[in-house]
Write a protein that binds this ligand. Sequence first.
Ligand SMILES: [Zn+2]
Length: 299
Amino acid sequence: MRLGIDIGGTTIKYGIVSNEGKIIESFSFDTKVNDGYLLIVNNIISQVLIIKEKYKIDSIGIGVPGIVDKNGEIVKNCPNLFWKNVTLGKDIEFKTGIKTYVENDANIALLAEHAFGNAKGYSDVIMLTLGTGVGGAAIVDGKLLKGSRGYGTEFGHIYVGENKNRCNCGKYGCLESFVSATGIIRYAQNLYDKNQISTRVKSAKQIFESEDTISKKAIERVGYYLAVGIGNLIQCFNPECVIIGGGLSGAKDKLLNSIERNISSQLGFFNKNDVEIAIAKWGNRAGIIGASILSEYRN
Ligand SMILES: [Zn+2]
């Protein structure tokens, strides 16, 4: 058995996963970001020790919303958790005696899709995870692409067009500033305000579930900028498949169709039929499943 842990900004989800990728039992608790690193890690360790009584765990895999070094030893930066340069894997391994691997959460989501989901059988795959931010991952020749220091494939921060709102990374015009939940809410709210319509946009989900003109315009804009970004990535990586995951992928066909309407004009010499664009299979279970198989990809 393996233990997969998915550390998010609001919830920590973890589960026992069989070698075939089936979640046997799963649990969660609030992240309590303000508690700080040590308290959060001690809480995780306590939970692992409880689980260890019941199951024989061969390895632990952990996904974090941030940058992890190439060896999976140091979490360099998790802006949502206020973690910098923490030795998460080592700290948990030391107290539990179980080999522990750590990886960026978008990479984890792609591993889940590659092993058991909609990227199964492909050797070249790109993934975008759309949530509060935008994550990216790539499998090239069957291997997770990390870059020289492990910080590669940050596709949320490729330039896709002019945007007066500055991205969290400090740049202007990043894909994330257009197609993240934050970007979508900001754009739609601005249009409602300009048109003097008294609507409060609380979530991107609300936009995808609405049928009014402004929501339609906002969805089309998401499709356009995703197509620009995906077009760039297709030209860089020539993947067999592009997987769209993260919370926003719950919009399924509405999201996929808006990309489909815009992608042809972004492909240059490439043929649209040579690449599949698909919604992720695992949704919010990707974190636990992907993390559980980290030991295979690390070894
Ligand atoms: Zn950025």
